[in-house]
Design a protein around this ligand. Structure first.
Ligand SMILES: Cc1cc2nc3c(=O)[nH]c(=O)nc-3n(C[C@H](O)[C@H](O)[C@H](O)COP(=O)(O)OP(=O)(O)OC[C@H]3O[C@@H](n4cnc5c(N)ncnc54)[C@H](O)[C@@H]3O)c2cc1C
Length: 425
């Protein structure tokens, strides 16, 4: 009989792995601690499927920004002083990777996966006929200075060699394509990426999990894996209180992944990077809403049109596993929206807006871990940071390919835990 595959975590990484493995005829059990799938970081994320933004956040110069953020309460990327001891090892690796050479290499590798994954997400949407407010309006990266334009075009040119399509816009060009920005302050132009998509990740996860169950996959919700079951140095299952379930394990537990493998001597450099979103009903003003995904890379804030809703999202805070929603941060998101789209802002019901905070599972080198771990019986699909929706379907396909002994459809060596073995043990 084929061995059971146990997937820990029902977010984007776990649910897509569950679907891919079940669709290939493997018996699968997905275990999720919450009452439904996508109740962690995949609940109310930005909705952007954006291969155009594959660059890791440890860009050259990040050390200076993080140091300055210690003294700025509302910095877009904020390091909280109390976190410095907990982040010590991970933080050093994060900074070490922030040379121009590493940054460019990881950007290129992430682009391959993000582009592959976005194409596979579209194919899956058509194959399964899923409804999750998906659309393909493209992204507008907003520029506020010549320096921002230079860096945006440097990245776009580098990725164009791999197939990224883009158009550089003056302010007038931008307004011709996105008239909703007519009142936007201090925006000098934009770069448009026509191939980016959007979609509601939570609805996608719910739809895909339901299909996987119809194909025979089993799901246990409200069930927490306490530890991994280890025999003879290999992972042979999971432990839930007194109960043990045997099978090979796929770890897709988001920010909880590191703690689950620590007792096994595996150091998985994934730490939480907190972000916020604010979702508003916009069905009554759809004709005035932006139709692009709008991204401000310096503020780490974006606005996504999601069906009848608008979502504003952003911020990066290193505050450990604290998921509390800070009203101050939501006010910042609102302030950003009001400066960019002042007329539209007046027509929205801010009292009815849904605030949310989630923890991005951020790897120290800005790329996910996909494939066999250094421990027999344990497979990884985690650490996707700010790109977990963009990369979900592609990552799950790579995981399923490697787990079933097939070659992945793209070169996935950069994401292989094996290739980073020395740093894991
Ligand atoms: C504000 C914000 C905006 C974002 N916007 C975008 C975007 O526009 N585009 C994009 O590509 N990405 C975006 N992201 C990133 C993306 O949302 C994440 O990378 C992705 O959700 C991570 O998915 P995951 O499955 O790894 O983790 P999660 O969704 O957190 O899933 C992990 C699951 O594991 C479960 N779990 C943990 N431990 C256990 C255990 N012991 N037993 C059982 N279950 C367990 C948890 O309950 C959780 O449900 C955004 C993130 C944030 C915070």
């Amino acid at each position: 009989m084929t061995e059971l595959t146990i997937i820990i975590g029902g977010g984007l990484a776990g649910v897509t792995s569950f679907y891919e493995l079940t669709a290939r005829g493997l018996p699968c059990l997905l275990i999720e601690a919450e009452a439904d799938v996508a109740r962690g970081t995949s609940f109310a994320n930005g909705g952007g499927l954006h291969p155009s933004l594959p660059d890791p956040w440890n860009n050259p110069g990040i050390g200076r920004h993080l140091f300055a953020s210690l003294f700025q309460r509302d910095a877009p990327m904020k390091l909280h002083p109390a976190q410095i001891p907990q982040l010590a090892g991970w933080g050093m690796a994060f900074l070490r990777q922030s040379t121009r050479k590493n940054y460019d290499a990881i950007t290129l590798a992430n682009f391959d996966l993000a582009e592959y994954s976005t194409r596979q997400t579209e194919a899956l949407q058509q194959f399964l006929n899923l409804d999750y407010d998906s659309a393909a309006p493209g992204t507008l990266k907003l520029l506020r200075s010549q320096a921002e334009r230079d860096e945006a075009l440097r990245l776009a040119d580098m990725l164009a060699a791999k197939g990224l399509r883009y158009e550089a816009f003056s302010r007038a060009d931008m307004l011709a394509r996105e008239p909703s920005l007519a009142e936007a302050q201090n925006v000098v132009g934009a770069v448009r990426f026509p191939d980016d998509g959007i979609g509601d990740a939570r609805r996608f996860c719910e739809g895909v999990a339901a299909v996987a169950q119809k194909k025979g996959g089993e799901m246990r919700l409200n069930t927490k894996v306490d530890s991994l079951l280890v025999e003879g140095g290999a992972v042979v299952g999971v432990r839930l209180g007194e109960e043990a379930i045997r099978g090979r394990v796929v770890l897709a537990a988001g920010v909880a992944a590191s703690n689950l493998v620590r007792p096994l001597g595996l150091r998985l450099p994934i730490r939480p990077a907190k972000g916020y979103s604010l979702t508003l009903e916009a069905g009554h003003v759809l004709d005035q809403c932006p139709h692009h995904l709008l991204v401000d890379p310096m503020q780490h804030i974006a606005i996504t049109p999601l069906g009848q809703r608008l979502r504003i999202l952003g911020m990066v805070e290193f505050v450990g596993h604290d998921r509390r929603v800070e009203p101050r941060r939501l006010s910042q998101l609102r302030g950003f929206f009001e400066a960019l789209l002042p007329d539209l802002a007046q027509k929205l019901d801010w009292d009815g807006a849904q605030g949310w905070a989630g923890l991005r599972p951020m790897s120290a080198d800005g790329r996910p871990f996909i494939g066999a771990s250094p421990i027999d019986g344990l497979w990884l699909n985690c650490g996707h940071g700010h790109l977990g929706w963009t990369m979900a379907v592609g990552s799950a396909r790579i995981l399923a390919d490697t787990l079933t002994g097939k070659s992945p459809e793209i070169d996935a060596a950069a994401f292989s835990p094996d290739a980073r073995r020395r740093r894991l043990r």
